[in-house]
Design a protein around this ligand. Structure first.
Ligand code: IVH
Length: 676
C-alpha cells in the first residue's frame, strides 16, 4: 500500500475515534460498544507501530494521552488502603459475625451485610476534586501508592468528571481494575492469567501500551469523602453508579449465616459463566455508622471479610515427604509431589500441616492424592486415594528430631489445656534452620523492610557466612558481595541505601522484628505503647527487673498469659539476649509516639474497669484512642480518668483511684462525653 493511502486510512480512523470520544464524553450518548471502540484504538496503535512517520504526527497521542507516567511518582493515600481478612468456611463466617456482635456488645442482632463479588484484579484509587478526576493511584504498600493516573485514564468507562448535584468536594473511589476473560484470550500468550495481564497493563510506562489492552473496572468502596453524604454501602454504590461508575450487578444485602452460605454457593455456581475472574465474595457491614464504630485492626477492617470460594483441585503423586522448620521452630511436614497444574499454577509442594494430620489421613510416600489450592495459601492435601496405593507401601514415620539434629517436642498449652498439635525444635538461634527463618522475618516488609534483601538473598548470604545474625546485616562485606553473580554497582548501592534507611526504626517495628513468639504487629504496638523507649524496653534484659515488668504487662489489653510466658522465654535465652543487644547497637530506635490525635481525651490517660451496657471493652478502648486518649492497664499516679462500667467493676481499682485522687467517670458520664 502506498504511503499516502495509509495516511488516509489513518486519518479517517483518527476522525472516527474523535467522533466517538465526543459522543461519549460530551454528549453522553455513545454510538458504538466499548469493544468496538477499543478495537478502533488498537487498529490505530498498530498502524502507528508499523509506520513510524504516523506516530510523529502525535494525532493519537493527543486523543488518548501518552504522557509518560513520570516513573510512577509515589503519592501518599488520603486514607490507607487496607486488605481483607479471609474466610474459607461457614465457621469462619460465623466467627466473623460473632466478633462483630462482641465488639458492638450486642447479641445475635441479625446484622445486615452487603455482599459483593471479590474481583480478582488490581486495586486502584481515584481522587475526584470538585468532581474532576485529579489523581489515580495504585495500592502500593497501602499507605503510599504510585501515580498511574494517565494509565487509568485510558479506561474509557471510568468517569473523568462526575456529573451530579450532590457530588462531595472531595471523594476517593476505590476500585478493582481487570481484564475480561474474553479479552484475555487475545493476549494470553503474554501473561499467566487475566490478573497479571491487568497488572502488567496498568504498570506500563507508556499509557499507549495500556490502552492496547482493554481494561475494565468495578468500583467497590471509598476512602476520603468530604462531606460525607452516604449512610450505607448499598446507597453508596447505587449513587456512584448513577454518577457513571461501573459497580458490580451481583451485589445485594443479606443477613444470617444460613442465607450467607446459600448466597455464597449461588454465586460460586455462577462463577464460571461470568466474564471476569472472582475469587470469593466480600461481605461488608452495610451500615456505615457501624463500620465506623468497628474500625480496623492494623491492616484489615473489622467490618468486612472476603469469603473465598472453594479451592481448585487436582490429582498428583507424593514423591517424598520432607520437613520444614519455621521461625518459631514449628516442624511442618511437606509433600514433594509430581508437578501438577492447579487452576493455572504449577504446584510441586503441598503442606501436610502436622504429624497428627499425616496419621489421621494415613498419608504415605508414593500415594496418589488430591490437592487443593485456595488463594495464596500453600496447597493442601484433600484426600488420599487408597485404591491406588502400592501393596508394599509403609506408614510414614514422623521424625522426632529437627533438621538441625536437636530434639523436638509438643508443647502443652496452658490456655487450651491441651497438647499442641505442632512439634517444635527445642532450640532458637542455635538451630540454623530457625535462625535463617528468623532473619527472613526480620528483613520482611512489615519488619525492617529492606528492599533487595529478600528470602532468597538471606539464604545465599547465610550460606556464604555473610549474615549469621541480625546485626551482621549492618556490617556486610560488600567487597565480597560485589564478586557474586547478579550483583552490580547499582544493586549494591541500592542495598546499601536500603540497609542504611532501615537503621532508623520505630520501637513497635523493632519489637515485632525480633520475632518473639505470639508477639505479632498488634501486640508489638501494645508493648511499644507501654515501654515508649528502647531504654525502657531493654530493662527486660535485666534479671532483677523482668519479673515486675511482666506483672505490669499482664494488665495490657491483648497481652495474656501466653504472651507473658513467651516474652519470659525469649529473654531467658542467652543467645536471644546477646543477638538482640548486638542488633540494638546498630540501630537508632525511635520512641513510640502516638499520632497526636486531638479530641475529647487529648493526652489523657484512661483506664476501664467493668463491662459496659452498649459497647465492648475493645470498642471503648478504640474510642478512647481515636479521641486522643491513651489506655492504661493499671491504676497509677499517671492515670487521669478511671471509667467505671456498670457491670462488675473491680472495687480495688476504684479504691486505688480514689486514694490517688484520680477522676472517676461513670458509664453514663462516659457515654455523655462521647456523644457531646
Ligand atoms: S473491599 C478495606 N470489595 O480485594 C478493604 N475489595 O483483599 C476494602 N477487592 O485491596 C476492600 N473486590 O483490591 C473490597 N468488592 C470488593 C472487592 C475488593 C476486589 C480487592 C481489593 C482489595 C482486596 C482486599
Amino acid at each position: 500500500m502506498k504511503k499516502s493511502e495509509i495516511l488516509k486510512i489513518y486519518k479517517d480512523k483518527i476522525k472516527e475515534l474523535k467522533k466517538h470520544n465526543f459522543l461519549y464524553f460530551n454528549k453522553d450518548n455513545p454510538k458504538i460498544s466499548d469493544a468496538e471502540y477499543d478495537k478502533l484504538k488498537v487498529e490505530l496503535i498498530k498502524l502507528e507501530e508499523s509506520n513510524t512517520s504516523l506516530k510523529k504526527l502525535n494525532l493519537l497521542q493527543n486523543i488518548i494521552g501518552s504522557k509518560p507516567s513520570n516513573n510512577f511518582k509515589k503519592i501518599k493515600h488520603l486514607k490507607p488502603m487496607l486488605s481483607l481478612s479471609n474466610a474459607f468456611e461457614k465457621k469462619d463466617m460465623e466467627d466473623f459475625l460473632k466478633k462483630i456482635d462482641n465488639f458492638l456488645n450486642q447479641q445475635n442482632n441479625n446484622l445486615e451485610l452487603y455482599s459483593e463479588p471479590k474481583i480478582d484484579g488490581i486495586s486502584a484509587t481515584l481522587i475526584y476534586e470538585k468532581g474532576l478526576l485529579s489523581k489515580g493511584l495504585s495500592r502500593g504498600d497501602g499507605v503510599t501508592g504510585e501515580d498511574i493516573l494517565e494509565n487509568l485514564k485510558t479506561i474509557r468507562t471510568l468517569p473523568k468528571k462526575i456529573n451530579g448535584i450532590d457530588v462531595p468536594n472531595l471523594i476517593e473511589i476505590r476500585c478493582e481494575v481487570f481484564i475480561s476473560k474474553k479479552d484475555f484470550i487475545k493476549i494470553k500468550e503474554k501473561f499467566a492469567n487475566p490478573r497479571n495481564a491487568a497488572g502488567g497493563s496498568l504498570r506500563q510506562k507508556d499509557p499507549r501500551e495500556t490502552s492496547k489492552i482493554p481494561l475494565k473496572y468495578f468500583a467497590y468502596g471509598f476512602g476520603a469523602v468530604e462531606p460525607m453524604i452516604f449512610t450505607t454501602q448499598k446507597e453508596f454504590l447505587k449513587k456512584i453508579n448513577n454518577w457513571g461508575f461501573s459497580t458490580n450487578p451481583l451485589s445485594e444485602t443479606i443477613s444470617g449465616i444460613e442465607d450467607i452460605v446459600k448466597q455464597h454457593q449461588k454465586i460460586d455456581d455462577l462463577r464460571s459463566s461470568l466474564d471476569y475472574d472472582i475469587d470469593g465474595l466480600v461481605y461488608k457491614v452495610n451500615d456505615l455508622n457501624l463500620q465506623k464504630r468497628l474500625g480496623n485492626t492494623s491492616n484489615a477492617p473489622r467490618w468486612a471479610i472476603a469469603y473465598k470460594f472453594s479451592a481448585e483441585k487436582a490429582l498428583t503423586k507424593i514423591k517424598n515427604i520432607t520437613i520444614q522448620v519455621g521461625r518459631t521452630g514449628a516442624i511442618t511436614p511437606v509433600a514433594k509431589v509430581e508437578p501438577v497444574n492447579v487452576g493455572g499454577v504449577v504446584v510441586s509442594n503441598a503442606t501436610l500441616h502436622n504429624e497428627d494430620e499425616i496419621k489421621r489421613k494415613d498419608i504415605r510416600i508414593g500415594d496418589t492424592i488430591q490437592i487443593q489450592r485456595a488463594g495464596d495459601v500453600i496447597p493442601q492435601v484433600v484426600l488420599v486415594d487408597i485404591s491406588k496405593r502400592n501393596k508394599d507401601s509403609k506408614k510414614f514415620i514422623f521424625p522426632n528430631k529437627c533438621l538441625c539434629g536437636s530434639l523436638t517436642k509438643k508443647e502443652f498449652s496452658k490456655s487450651t489445656k491441651k497438647e499442641d498439635a505442632v512439634r517444635r525444635c527445642t532450640k532458637g538461634y542455635e538451630c540454623k534452620f530457625i535462625a535463617k527463618e528468623k532473619l527472613k522475618h526480620l528483613v520482611s516488609k512489615e519488619a525492617f523492610n529492606i528492599e533487595g534483601l529478600g528470602k532468597k538473598v538471606v539464604e545465599q548470604f547465610w550460606d556464604l557466612n555473610l549474615i549469621k545474625e541480625p546485626s551482621d546485616i549492618f556490617n556486610l562485606n560488600f567487597d565480597k558481595i560485589k564478586t557474586l553473580e547478579g550483583w552490580g554497582n547499582l544493586s549494591i548501592e541500592n542495598l546499601k541505601k536500603a540497609i542504611f534507611k532501615s537503621k532508623n526504626i520505630s520501637l513497635e517495628k523493632f519489637i515485632f522484628s525480633i520475632g518473639i513468639r505470639h508477639i505479632g504487629q498488634e501486640n508489638a504496638k501494645v508493648l511499644a505503647a507501654f515501654f515508649i523507649s528502647i531504654k525502657e524496653f531493654s530493662k527486660l534484659f535485666d534479671k532483677g527487673k523482668i519479673s515486675q515488668i511482666l506483672i505490669n504487662l499482664k494488665e495490657l489489653d491483648g497481652i495474656g498469659e501466653t504472651q507473658i510466658e513467651s516474652i519470659e522465654n525469649f529473654f531467658s535465652n542467652q543467645m536471644n539476649t546477646k543477638i538482640t543487644k548486638n542488633l540494638i547497637n546498630q540501630l537508632t530506635i525511635k520512641n513510640y509516639s502516638r499520632k497526636n490525635i486531638s479530641g475529647k481525651f487529648s493526652n489523657k490517660k484512661i483506664m476501664f474497669t467493668g463491662g459496659f451496657d452498649n459497647m465492648s471493652r475493645s470498642e471503648a478502648k478504640s474510642l478512647a484512642e481515636s479521641n486522643g486518649g491513651k489506655v492504661l492497664g493499671s491504676v497509677t499516679k499517671k492515670l487521669d480518668i478511671l471509667v467505671v462500667g456498670n457491670s462488675k467493676p473491680t472495687k480495688k481499682k476504684i479504691d486505688q483511684a480514689k486514694e490517688l485522687k484520680i477522676q472517676i467517670m461513670t458509664e453514663k458520664e462516659w457515654n455523655k462525653m462521647l456523644n457531646s
